[in-house]
Design a protein around this ligand. Structure first.
Ligand code: GLU
Length: 961
């Protein structure tokens, strides 16, 4: 593996290719290190070293990613021993907790140099004289002690999540005692592990100490930069007045981003910086680490952690130590590399314990032969930025801790009585303290100052109809009417105008929330959207359809509600029922109509048959000529007529006399009575109501079906309502909505409403009733609100805690409400501008119009026309019969007959003169007047009209019964 070559002489540090062998070093990483880029940082630095041809030697670098529990000291020891058997000359690890004992144990007993890129948890007095360890991360105790003395604090709270905090506090004490006569009390508080608990933890903390008005100075000592970011986010969004607090971030991860964010807020905070971020080496490291995919997935906001810089510098320290060792004796390692193995004291590998070996039977137990020499070199190295370090000057003291390093201390102080925030940048040097003439103080104007003269209030809002809309024509135009606040219109814009009229010096500037977001709490405790703007000072006031809820009320102030509403359901209007001209048929189904026709024919046949068989229906009649006829009224034709008359609720002059006939008729009458009354009852409902059968009528309907999908707007109070509801049905709905692919969540109301309109009734949208009702009054008028509201919420104007506008806004809103101004505004934006006829009602109308009943007129007309046609047929038929009666079957006769019939029809009557044929016929009829009229022989028109050609043979003219 590694072969020593001919020894060359070290004459200067810059010997090129002086020693081409590879020096084996071994690093150890813990769970989580890979994800945080530690291994990447190692690889980067070792590769950079190995690729530099100016370097006199190369590293053979190996890493072992320990997957052990944090307390498995024995397991770790065993693994290191295994690695040692293959041989390495230095180990590099970052360990501050329990496993440190394992590393230090091996380092001390086998004299293996150990570079800890973190900070050794041992107190200086604990460190044995044979100390083989150096720590690249500098200790903070002295710096913190100097800061406490500088600020003259006599009570501090030390919040920590690591193991060695007690030692650190103890060291701070020692330094304070050494340097001053200040008496300081300290309290240790453990920070919860779970990031989501940080907000509650801070709140509880504040609550418990609320009574003591004593200023609270909190030193935050968290182990990783990621945890620190979470904690700082929790501080930024902490829901209490933090004027009495001063935070100190005790590791070296206070980034420029943090400074910027806190500078604009009103929190007192001090942080330390050690990293030289401007250096090209830093940029290259950052690029490399970010290019590794595990790191790229992390939050981009998090600047590269200082621990990566320590890892980087640990490799430089190792390199410097070997250079230093070889500089003294360049052939020192010549005996150590044979046959690709590392030989120690003449035997291959380094063993933690005496080993029985066939080849080397009497192998004695021995420490690493060059360990002490290398550690000596480690303690004497002196590196600075010129050597490529990222954490400044690197020198180690007797116990292996950094000395002579410099730290930049950034102190952000916000005085509640001043209009300015103060930012002080101080330089601090180890064993020297704050360097007096290198402090730079800057004053920045506060975001919300009491003393600040007239300022423009920044109002954040979101676009939602009809609350805030872009004026028509201003979407793309940049004309002067579309500049600034003039670009917007809507209920909230009018409300803002009213508020500014009532509040003195309330000049405002409206801007829209990025992504049209209202604001929800993020997993790290921060807020996005409108609430986020209020918390980070981006906005002074929020005037929007912003729902007041508990979560938000904890972080910002809300005015009294200016409007109340609730979550409601919007669906697409179902299509109106189609009415045809034969709608009057609809009360009974086609099937029933068919059965009625069959029943009608059937009943007629039955009546015909029973009448035929029943003797009571037969009558004997004497005829005028003395004969007798036996007749039955119920011919097929008459039966049909009788049954039809009964169905139409009319009477006829024939009625059954037999019991059988009467039974059949009664049954039919009963049947028709029920059918007709049912028809009548249904008819009213069918003809007068344009019923719109909505498929969904309540939230329960919606929840229990899956045909119609439903969704909500994400990132607002509605989604919070469903997410945290304890009501089973809403929980079920939330689970359903979450599980849908493609998603049923929309980013704006407009998108949701569009979806309702375009999905042909297959999508319902849950939104606040205000926006729902507005949309229903807009063209194309195809949406409607169904069911009752799911909850009741209010919209309020939000301001950050401690805002000077809060009380003014509250009073103004109450006044506007009392005077009815808010109601007027509501009418203006909701009802006066409605574009749909039926407004927001469900569109039912009670009038009966022609289109629905035109059919009966058609039937009437049809009846009349057919009766006229029938009359014509009868007329022609009769004329022909009459003509035949004349026995002269020629055209002349037919024409005469027609003519006479026509005359009678037009004249409407005629006089029978004495001696005429008609007169004779009438006389005959009179003679037979004993007979019932209809059975007598009526006179024919021909006879009556006195036709000379008539044979005087009386025929039956009237055939009707
Ligand atoms: N008004 C809601 C809010 O303040 C936004 C809309 C919604 O969530 O339905 O978050």
């Amino acid at each position: 593996m590694i072969f020593p070559f001919i020894a060359l002489f070290w004459t200067s540090v810059h010997v090129v290719h002086a020693w081409p062998a590879k020096i084996p070093i071994q690093s150890y990483t813990m769970p989580g290190d890979r994800e945080q880029g530690v291994i990447a940082a190692f690889n980067f630095t070792v590769e950079r070293h190995n690729n530099n041809r100016m370097n006199p030697f190369k590293f053979a670098y190996r890493n072992r990613d320990m997957r052990t529990s944090p307390s498995d000291t024995w397991g770790v020891t065993k693994k290191i021993c295994d690695d040692l058997e293959h041989g390495f000359m230095m180990m590099v690890a970052g360990e501050t907790n329990r496993l440190h004992t394992a590393f230090l144990g091996i380092a001390d007993h086998l004299e293996i140099p150990f570079v800890n890129w973190d900070l050794s948890p041992l107190l200086p007095q604990e460190v044995a004289s044979s100390n083989m360890e150096v720590s690249v991360r500098p200790p903070t105790a002295e710096l913190l002690a100097d800061l406490i003395i500088y600020k003259r604090w006599n009570y501090v709270i030390y919040m920590y999540d690591g193991k060695n905090s007690a030692q650190n506090v103890q060291q701070i004490y020692t330094f304070i005692q050494e340097k001053s006569n200040l008496s300081v009390r300290a309290e240790l508080v453990r920070i919860p592990r779970d990031a989501s608990e940080l907000g509650d933890f801070l709140r509880d903390f504040n609550l418990h100490r609320f009574l003591s008005n004593e200023p609270k100075r909190i030193i935050i000592d968290v182990q990783t930069s990621y945890r620190q970011q979470q904690f700082l986010a929790a501080i930024r969004t902490a829901q209490f007045n933090q004027h009495h607090y001063h935070y100190v971030v005790a590791n070296f991860d206070f980034s420029p981003y943090d400074i910027e964010v806190f500078q604009n807020g009103n929190t007192n905070i001090t942080g330390f910086q050690l990293l030289s971020r401007e250096r090209g080496e830093y940029a290259a490291l950052k690029r490399y680490v970010e290019s590794q995919k595990f790191y790229a997935s992390m939050d981009k906001n998090i600047d590269i952690e200082s621990r990566l810089a320590f890892v980087h510098d640990a490799v430089l320290v190792a390199k410097a130590a070997f250079e230093q060792t070889l500089r003294k004796n360049d052939s020192l390692f010549h005996q150590n590399f044979r046959h690709g193995d590392l030989f120690n004291r003449g035997y291959p590998g380094i063993y933690c314990y005496p080993k029985q070996d066939t080849k080397y039977e009497d192998r004695p137990f021995g420490t690493f032969e060059h360990g002490r020499a290398i550690v000596k070199a480690l303690h004497s190295i002196q590196l600075d930025e010129k050597d490529g370090t990222l954490t400044g000057n690197i020198e180690f003291d007797r116990v292996g801790l950094r000395k002579n390093f410099e730290v930049t201390v950034v102190d952000l102080v916000s005085n509640s009585k001043s209009a300015f925030n103060k930012k002080e940048i101080m330089e601090w040097k180890h064993s020297v303290g704050f360097i007096a003439n290198r402090t730079i103080a800057q004053h920045t104007r506060k975001q919300l100052g009491d003393v600040v003269s007239k300022k423009i209030v920044k109002v954040a809002t979101v676009l939602v109809e009809p609350f805030v809309m872009i004026k028509r024509g201003c979407e793309t135009s940049n004309s002067s009417e579309c500049q600034g606040n003039e670009r917007f219109e809507g209920y909230c814009i009018d409300l803002l105008k009213l508020l500014s009229d009532r509040i003195e010096d309330f000049e405002y500037e409206i801007f829209l929330s990025a992504g049209n977001k209202y604001g929800v709490k993020q997993p790290d405790g921060s807020w996005d959207g409108l609430i986020g703007y209020l918390l980070n000072g981006g906005a002074d006031v929020v005037v929007a359809s912003l729902t007041i809820n508990q979560d938000r009320e904890r972080v910002v102030d809300f005015s009294k509600p200016f409007m109340t509403t609730g979550i409601s359901i919007m669906i697409k209007k179902p299509d109106k029922q189609e009415f045809s001209v034969f709608s009057f048929m609809q009360p009974l189904s086609t099937e029933i109509w068919m059965y009625i026709i069959f029943a009608y024919v059937g009943v007629s046949v039955v009546i015909f048959l029973v009448s035929r068989f029943s003797p009571y229906e037969w009558r004997v009649e004497e005829m005028a000529n003395g004969g007798f006829t036996i007749s039955n009224d119920f011919s097929v034709y008459n039966c049909l007529w009788f049954t039809l008359a009964a169905f139409m609720q009319q009477g006829t002059d024939i009625l059954p006399r037999s019991i059988s006939g009467r039974i059949a008729s009664s049954a039919w009458w009963f049947f028709t009575m029920i059918i007709v009354s049912s028809y009548t009852a249904n008819l009213a409902a069918f003809l007068t109501l344009e019923k719109m059968q909505a498929p969904i009528e309540s939230v329960e309907d919606l929840a229990k079906q899956t045909k119609i999908k439903y969704g909500i707007q994400g990132g607002g109070s509605t989604s919070q309502f469903f997410k945290y509801s304890s009501v089973q049905i809403y929980q079920r709905m939330w689970r359903y909505m979450e599980s849908q692919v493609p998603t049923v969540f929309t980013s704006t109301y407009a998108e949701g409403i569009e979806r309702v309109r375009n999905h042909k009734g297959r999508y319902a949208f849950l939104l606040e009733a205000t926006a729902n009702e507005y949309a229903n009054t807009r063209k194309p008028c195809d949406t409607m609100k169904v069911g009752a509201n799911l909850n009741s919420v209010g919209y309020g104007v939000a301001t950050p805690f401690g805002s000077e506008y809060k009380d003014h806004i509250n009073l103004a809103i109450l006044a506007l409400q009392e005077r009815g101004e808010l109601k007027k505004l509501e009418n203006k934006w909701w009802y006066d501008r409605g574009q749909c006829d039926q407004g927001i009602t469900d569109g039912s109308s009670a009038s009966l119009n022609l289109s629905k009943v035109a059919g009966i007129f058609y039937i009437l007309m049809g009846g009349m026309i057919s009766s006229m046609i029938a009359a014509l047929c009868e007329f022609l038929y009769r004329s022909r019969i009459e003509a035949r009666k004349g026995r002269i079957n020629n055209m002349q006769n037919l024409r005469d007959s027609l003519y006479q019939q026509l005359r009678l029809s037009f004249q409407g009557g005629a006089i029978a003169k004495e001696g005429s044929q008609a007169h004779e016929a009438l006389k005959r009829q009179k003679a037979s007047s004993l007979l019932p009229a209809q059975y007598s022989d009526p006179i024919t028109s021909e006879e009556f009209m006195g036709s000379t050609k008539s044979a005087g043979f009386p025929g039956r003219y009237n055939t009707a019964v």
